[in-house]
Design a protein around this ligand. Structure first.
Ligand SMILES: Cc1ncc(COP(=O)(O)O)c(C=O)c1O
Length: 279
């Protein structure tokens, strides 16, 4: 099944002769929407083989939530290693994960920063036994290959946009596009390190760089999960114009970036620009 594409009639783009489209990847699955499904798809085989998946995330992580749901749906055990201390009662994300059968464990912030180091992983294996390890955000080579399928589903658009958190979605999307198309990722984090992460993920997956892509660093609104009055106003206005409520952490920042760039004339006249609603 491929997710639908709809054209967005928005005067801010139309004035510049730009046609805007949305790819509604958020409609792929109620529990595993958007890039969650694309990243998990090729990890399901190894997950079933090992019987258990261990992964990492913050207390509000969409990835933790989706991995827990995948374990319940596809029949493997899940362990969530959560950044920071346990806070009871559990918030909605962690309570949902636990209801889906995920076992939760916690790492203090210093240890969490070292979570992918061999010593930390070895200690986790000692405690929990064998597991398929998914890195934070679910971004590994199998995830990048899943996101490349997204690129292959969208021929005919000049620029394809996505939000960027760990860079896996952009790394795959760009690799899956046809020659002449380019991918534009909107970083939702401050710091400007995502370019290097996307490069690292493409090298890990393909042994080299793939596709034409760029990370746009000007639309993080202060950093990860930060909200501003301007961003809230943008979300309310977009909902009023188009009847779509954007997610504040990811897709709202991307759409605000896409429309601002369109207004600035950053896309050539006649361009067909597609924004992926990733969740
Ligand atoms: C809805 C949504 N969009 C985009 C992203 C960012 O994707 P990536 O971490 O692959 O850059 C995430 C996080 O995984 C997400 O939950």
């Amino acid at each position: 099944m491929t997710s639908p594409v709809v054209e967005l009639a928005d005067e801010r783009a139309a004035r510049r002769g730009v046609r805007l489209f949305l790819k509604r990847d958020d409609l792929i699955h109620p529990e595993l929407p958007g890039n969650k499904w694309r990243k998990l798809k090729h990890n399901l085989g190894p997950a079933r083989e090992h019987g258990t998946v261990l992964t990492f995330g913050g207390a509000y992580s969409n990835h933790i939530r989706a991995t827990a749901a995948a374990g319940r749906i596809f029949g493997f055990a899940t362990i969530g290693v959560i950044r920071g201390e346990e806070h009871l009662p559990l918030n909605d994300t962690l309570a949902y994960a636990e209801r889906m059968g995920m076992r939760l464990t916690y790492l203090d912030r210093a240890a969490y920063r070292r979570k992918h180091e061999p010593g930390v992983v070895a200690a986790l294996r000692e405690r929990w036994g064998g597991f398929h390890l998914l890195p934070e955000g679910g971004s590994n080579a199998a995830a990048v290959r899943g996101c490349a399928e997204l690129g292959a589903e969208v021929p005919g658009y000049d620029v394809v946009c996505c939000p960027c958190g760990t860079g896996g979605t952009l790394a795959g999307l760009a690799a899956g596009l046809a020659p002449g198309q380019r991918a534009l990722g909107f970083s939702v984090l401050k710091g400007g390190f995502l370019h290097a992460e996307v490069e690292r993920l493409q090298r890990e997956t393909y042994g080299g760089l793939r596709g034409a892509w760029r990370v746009e660093d000007g639309f993080h609104f202060g950093g990860y999960a930060r909200r501003t009055r301007e961003l809230d106003a943008f979300i309310a206005d977009f909902a009023e114009r188009h009847g779509i409520v954007l997610d504040r952490v990811y897709t709202a920042k991307m759409m605000s970036g896409v429309l601002t760039l369109a207004e600035r004339g950053a896309f050539p006249e006649g361009a067909r620009v597609l924004a992926v609603i990733t969740g």
